[in-house]
Write a protein that binds this ligand. Structure first.
Ligand SMILES: NC(=O)c1ccc[n+]([C@@H]2O[C@H](COP(=O)([O-])OP(=O)(O)OC[C@H]3O[C@@H](n4cnc5c(N)ncnc54)[C@H](OP(=O)(O)O)[C@@H]3O)[C@@H](O)[C@H]2O)c1
Length: 267
């Protein structure tokens, strides 16, 4: 039976680092998804050269909504379906943010964000269920934003709260099947996230940690059977603050202290 790992959002940032890390495992195939196929192909070529026994399959896909689930189901069926393939690691990592107030941000961008961060992640997980076996692993990239509502980042924080809570429910359900599930909840990571979320207004995530370090830490905790990965003591403190001060207070504080620039601010 073929052992397959899957990484969504593998064309940059943490997804790219997950792909590099998972390629080193004893697997037969590594499926990489994103829209920028040129980036995936470059990554795949590098990994194929480094790991000649590994089949790296880059796939161009806009995973938003239910499409991601359909794409994955189709690929598994093409690989022989149930009984022919088993998942080693599924990394549900593709995600976007939208900087700016809800009332000044284009509603379609925010709905697209929900379609990717929530619907797609759920659909892909569902599509993978038949291919999970004891030893399979699921990593869902949530965020530190999952622990608190945030003014100026309201839809994103709410979408990541969904990811965290869904992942914990799933972890409980999967325990008896021998499937390990973890939610990755990083604070700022040095990726293309800010550029996309601000539509180019902020080029870099401020004070971002290296994505490779965050990914390494997550994989280490997954091995230990932990359910949530929050890498630094400062991030862990931030995750705890809403419990001390309440949700509304934290939403207001984050709105004023962690200003996230958007195109609407420039008008
Ligand atoms: N960076 C941070 O500070 C931070 C902190 C906490 C959590 N996160 C989360 O970490 C995850 C990875 O983000 P990142 O920080 O590594 O940012 P990134 O460098 O912008 O990576 C995002 C990835 O998602 C893919 N993607 C976006 N829209 C997509 C779509 N419609 N269909 C398929 N793929 C899509 C992008 O590829 P294409 O554009 O090529 O499609 C890219 O590979 C996200 O879930 C994000 O919410 C980030």
């Amino acid at each position: 039976m073929k052992k397959i790992s899957i990484v969504t959002g593998a064309s940059s940032g943490m997804g790219l680092e997950f792909a590099r890390a998972l390629a080193a495992r004893q697997i037969d195939e590594l499926w990489l998804f994103a829209r920028r196929i040129d980036r995936l192909q470059t990554l795949a070529a590098g990994l194929a050269a480094e790991y000649p026994a590994l089949a790296v399959r880059p796939a161009q896909a806009d995973l938003k909504g239910r499409e991601g689930g359909r794409v994955i189901t189709g690929l598994f069926e093409a690989a022989g379906g149930r009984g022919a393939a088993v998942i080693d690691t599924l990394v549900n990592n593709a995600g976007v943010g939208t900087y700016g107030r809800f009332d000044t941000t284009d509603i379609d961008r925010q709905l697209d964000e929900i379609d990717l961060n929530i619907t797609s992640l759920t659909a892909i997980t569902g599509a993978c269920l038949p291919y999970l076996a004891p030893g399979s692993r699921i990593i869902n990239t949530a965020s530190l934003a999952a622990f608190a509502p945030m003014g100026g980042f309201a839809v994103y924080a709410a979408s990541k709260a969904y990811v965290l809570n869904f992942t914990m429910g799933l972890a409980a359900e999967m325990e008896k099947r021998g499937v390990r599930v973890i939610a990755l909840c990083p604070g700022s990571v040095d990726t293309e996230f800010s550029r996309v979320a601000s539509e180019g207004v902020r080029e870099k995530v401020l004070h971002g940690k290296p994505p490779a370090e965050v990914v390494r830490h997550c994989l280490k905790l997954l091995e230990k059977g932990k359910k949530i990965a929050v890498m630094t003591p400062k991030w862990r403190l931030k995750a705890f603050l809403p419990r001390l001060f309440g949700r509304f207070f934290i939403a207001k504080v984050t709105m004023y202290t962690e200003k996230r620039p958007s195109k609407a601010d420039l008008k």
